[in-house]
Each structure stands twice: as structure tokens, then as C-alpha cells.
Write a protein that binds this ligand. Structure first.
Ligand SMILES: *[C@@H]1O[C@H](CO)[C@@H](O)[C@H](O)[C@H]1NC(C)=O
Ligand SMILES: *[C@@H]1O[C@H](CO)[C@@H](O)[C@H](O)[C@H]1NC(C)=O
Length: 502
């Protein structure tokens, strides 16, 4: 077999040639150890020293041979070849590292024979040796590859509240002296939800914010410190967690129930959502979720009334684990202190009512004008001196006809949710004021029209006069003749008089 021949060649070469080694030894003279994470990338460094690079011509790298071998766990007998580069440049891989081990071609030509293994398996741990042969010289690199990993049980994404066990392991035979766990850069205390035993961290009840990288750091007696990361995903409700939704009576309500991750992205298809409303068995609107939608389970309630106010519960069951969320629907209404028609000059209070409140709401009143529009107007307090907005109540010390129109109450809840309700304020005196206003408008319009007609008439007259004048100017001499002749006949005299009048 050519393979065994090649192996034989290398063994002979090793034994016969003086090993002009360029190792990468550690300070203590031991073989350098490289750590990498399981599933990640390992780079085993091996390159010629700068002096060697300078003393050799670039031509050197043409026609050199490289061979990476692995000596299992301390047993030198069990040799595996990893990667081979022929003098012709042809690459050959060992069975176990096929498609995973590489040597950069450009690096190779610059004396960098570093081996890259990706994705790394636990079985890749061991002692590695690189032999570089050119002409009569053989260079050697030797180093040890250690593999560390953090595994999770159960694997895959968690559903909020589920427990999880994270276990770290390394290919170093001795036990670490110190074990520390970090999440998002913070050291994890071994209390409360967390319990640490040997190289295992137990999280009794996961929360949404446990999502992200978990790092385990191991420190050994000789001071070597290594770490590995596990990326945890905890499926729960998406932020912000809305607990109260404010909706005006008569409007459509949308109660959010959204997951932070789509379970389908993790191959979970058994997701069921259920909405319930404590006071009634049947929901006014049955939540219909399209099949593809496995993240957003928002409930839409059409034209809500006071009967719909209260607590709703969204229940999502993912692979047998149920997570629930309560959302309270607060119905907004406006109550005026005066029932029926409001007369001009009376004292009026408009109160913005919530069927449910957290005591942390902030209210804001706005005047939207006489006709409903979407544009925002300045706040009530800055509009009129007689209006005072205090919390949910808007006070008119003396209602004036100018106060008529649409008033809007905006509420801002502690979760960042807001809602609004509008009230149409009609004032008895305002009608006559409006009529007077309209009459004044009509008079103004009439006056403007009259003036326009007048100006137009004057202009037309002037133009007409000019045109006639312009036509008669060339005949001025004739006119003089005509006046001389007029004495001759009465008929002609009439004509002459007309002309002279102009
Ligand atoms: C050698 O190549 C590896 C990748 O193959 C790289 O990570 C490393 O930085 C290189 N070393 C030098 C000294 O260029
Ligand atoms: C929802 O409300 C019910 C009844 O008030 C309560 O028992 C339950 O613990 C609440 N659920 C959540 C997730 O807050």
C-alpha cells in the first residue's frame, strides 16, 4: 500500500536525519498544550522561526512535504495520520479528520504549517506532531490538544420554568481545583435557583433571561485555566411583558401573547395556545391562529364594552410544558359631571375612567378640535385659561363656547402601554356662537364679492374707454373736418356732437 510506504519513508527519514526541530515548547520545557472547545475550531500552531525564514529562499517551500500525525492519548503506538501534503502539493487526509482538518495554502508558502480542525470532536484530543521535510532537513512540531466542553441536559431549547443541568468536562485527567460559572459576564452564585456540584451546575427553574452564553471556567493545580461556553435558549414570553391593555369602550382590543423565540426554529411543532377569561366561559372572539404562526398568539377582541373588562389568561403549551401569562383589559370611558346638555358658563368636570388601574398610570388631556382628526393638538392646559387638567380629571371653571369639540384622554401605563378615549363636548351656547360665526363669515364673503365685482366693473369700463379712444384717434383730423362740415347739415351735426363728447 502506498500509505504504509509513505509512513515507512517518514519513519526512516525521522531516524536518519538529525531532527532540526522547531517545536513550540512551553516555558517549562513541556510540550505546549492547546485548548479548544468541542464543536468549535482548534488551531495547532506550527511555523518556522523568523531566522530560518530569512536564511531560506522562498524557493524552499516549493517541493517540501508536510505531515501531521496524532498519537492518541499518551499511547504512542496508536498513531493516526491527520493530514499530508506531498511535495507536489497534493493533500491527503486521514480517515477521522476528513473534511475537518486544513492547512492554509498561503500560510504554507510563508512557513506556517499550523493545523486547523473544525468542528472539533472530543476524540481529537491527544498529542500532535508535524514533520516538515525539505531536501536533507526535517523540522518537527509537537503539541498537545485538549478539548473542553459544556453539555446541557436536556439538550436543545428549554421552555421557561424547566430545570436544566449544565456539565463541563475536559480531556485533562486530573480534577480542577476551582470551578466557576458565568452567565452574560456575571459570576453565578451557588444559591437560590443555582446549585453547583463538581463540574455540574443545576438550574432548578429557568427564566427567560437565562438565555445566552454560559461559561464554565476550570482552574487546575498547575495554574492552567481553561473555559468553555454553552449557548442556552429559554423559550418564554417576549419582552416587554404587558400586564394591562387600555382600550376605549367601543374600540377593538389587542391582548398580546408573543413568544421570544419561534419553537418551530428548533424543530418543535407541538405548540398549542389557549386564551381564557375568568368571568365567562366562552370568549367573545375565539382566537384563531394560522398554522405557520407559532410565536404570536395575540387575541383580538372587536368593539369591547364594560362587560369585556377584566383578566384574560394566555396559556401556551410547548411539548407538554405550559407557560401562562395574565393580561388585564382596562376599559376607558369619560364621565362628565353634568348629564345631558352643558350650558355656557357652567362648572364642568370630565373624568377619564379606567375599569382597572395600577395606580401608576399617567393621564393627559388634549383638545382635538371641532371635528375628529388624527393630528395632535397642544395639551389642554396650554389652550385655555379656564381649563385645568389634574390627573384623570379635566376641569372647566366656566365652560365657554370655545371649549366645544372633541376632547381626548390619553393614559400611559407602567408597562409602556397606552390608550386613549375621546369625548364630544357640546355646549348649548356654542350653537348660537357658531351661527353668529357663520353669519359673520357670510357677510365677509358678500363684502369681498361686492368689492371684487366693483373692481372688475371699473377695470372693464376703463378698458372699453381705451379701446374706443384708440379706434377714434387716427380719425382726429376727419373729426375736425366733420366739425367744419357740420354747419352744412343737421344730420351730420348729430354725429359730430357724439364724437366731441368723448
Ligand atoms: C498560521 O495559520 C493559522 C491558520 O491556519 C493562523 O491562525 C495563525 O495565526 C498563523 N500564524 C502566523 C504566525 O501567521
Ligand atoms: C394569573 O392570575 C391568576 C388569578 O389571579 C393567578 O392565580 C396566577 O398566578 C396568575 N398567573 C401569572 C402567570 O401571573
Amino acid at each position: 500500500m502506498p500509505l504504509s510506504l509513505v509512513l515507512l519513508f517518514w519513519t526512516v527519514a525521522l531516524n536518519l536525519q538529525l531532527t532540526n526541530a522547531r517545536n513550540v515548547p512551553s516555558a517549562t520545557g513541556e510540550v505546549c498544550r492547546v485548548w479548544a472547545e468541542e464543536g468549535g475550531r482548534a488551531v495547532l500552531p506550527c511555523h518556522l522561526s523568523l531566522q530560518k525564514l530569512e536564511s531560506s529562499s522562498k524557493q524552499l517551500y516549493k517541493g517540501l512535504a508536510l505531515r501531521w500525525v496524532r498519537h492518541g492519548d499518551s499511547s504512542y503506538k496508536k498513531r493516526q495520520w491527520v493530514l499530508m501534503v506531498d511535495p507536489s502539493g497534493l493533500k491527503k487526509w486521514g480517515h477521522s479528520t476528513m473534511h475537518r482538518a486544513t492547512v492554509s495554502d498561503t500560510g504554507f508558502l510563508h512557513g506556517n504549517f499550523s493545523l486547523r480542525i473544525e468542528p472539533l470532536l472530543k476524540e481529537d484530543a491527544g498529542t500532535y506532531e508535524a514533520l516538515v521535510k525539505y531536501g536533507g532537513e526535517v523540522w518537527q512540531c509537537q503539541l498537545e490538544l485538549g478539548v473542553m466542553s459544556v453539555t446541557a441536559n436536556p439538550p436543545g431549547p428549554l421552555i421557561e420554568s424547566e430545570p436544566i443541568r449544565l456539565t463541563s468536562s475536559s480531556t485533562r485527567s486530573e480534577s480542577p481545583q476551582n470551578i466557576r460559572w458565568f452567565h452574560a459576564g456575571h459570576l453565578i452564585p451557588t444559591s437560590g435557583r443555582f446549585c453547583s456540584l463538581d463540574q455540574t451546575l443545576f438550574i432548578s427553574r429557568s427564566v427567560r433571561s437565562d438565555s445566552g452564553p454560559w461559561v464554565c471556567e476550570l482552574t487546575f493545580a498547575d495554574g492552567e485555566r481553561i473555559s468553555a461556553t454553552y449557548n442556552l435558549q429559554v423559550i418564554g414570553f417576549a419582552e416587554p411583558i404587558v400586564s394591562v391593555v387600555y382600550t376605549a369602550a367601543g374600540s377593538d382590543a389587542h391582548l398580546p401573547c408573543i413568544l421570544n423565540y419561534n419553537p418551530m426554529d428548533y424543530g418543535i411543532s407541538t405548540v398549542a395556545a389557549h386564551w381564557s377569561y375568568a368571568p365567562r366561559r366562552e370568549l367573545k372572539a375565539t382566537a384563531t391562529f394560522s398554522k405557520g404562526r407559532k410565536r404570536n398568539f395575540t387575541l383580538h377582541l372587536p368593539a369591547v364594552g364594560p362587560d369585556d373588562a377584566g383578566q384574560y389568561t394566555c396559556e401556551i403549551t410547548i411539548e407538554g410544558t405550559t407557560i401562562t401569562k395574565n393580561v388585564t383589559l382596562a376599559i376607558m370611558t369619560v364621565t362628565p359631571s353634568i348629564e345631558g346638555t352643558v350650558t355656557e358658563g357652567s362648572h364642568l368636570l370630565l373624568t377619564c375612567n379606567l375599569s382597572y388601574h395600577t395606580e401608576k398610570e399617567r393621564f393627559e388631556w388634549k383638545w382635538l378640535g371641532l371635528v375628529p382628526t388624527n393630528s395632535s393638538w397642544p395639551e389642554a392646559t396650554s389652550r385655555s385659561f379656564g381649563v385645568l387638567s389634574q390627573g384623570s380629571t379635566l376641569e372647566f371653571s366656566q365652560v365657554s363656547p370655545n371649549d366645544a369639540g372633541i376632547w381626548e384622554c390619553n393614559v400611559h401605563g407602567p408597562d409602556g402601554m397606552s390608550g386613549s378615549v375621546q369625548h364630544h363636548l357640546e355646549i348649548a351656547g356654542a350653537q348660537t356662537a357658531l351661527v353668529q360665526h357663520r353669519t359673520a363669515e357670510k357677510i365677509t364673503f358678500g363684502l369681498i364679492l361686492f368689492l371684487l365685482i366693483l373692481v372688475f366693473s371699473i377695470l372693464s369700463l376703463t378698458l372699453l374707454k381705451r379701446r374706443i379712444h384708440a379706434r377714434n384717434f387716427p380719425a382726429l383730423d376727419d373729426r375736425m373736418t366733420a366739425s367744419a362740415l357740420s354747419w352744412k347739415g343737421v344730420k351730420d351735426g348729430d354725429q359730430e356732437e357724439k364724437v366731441l363728447q368723448i
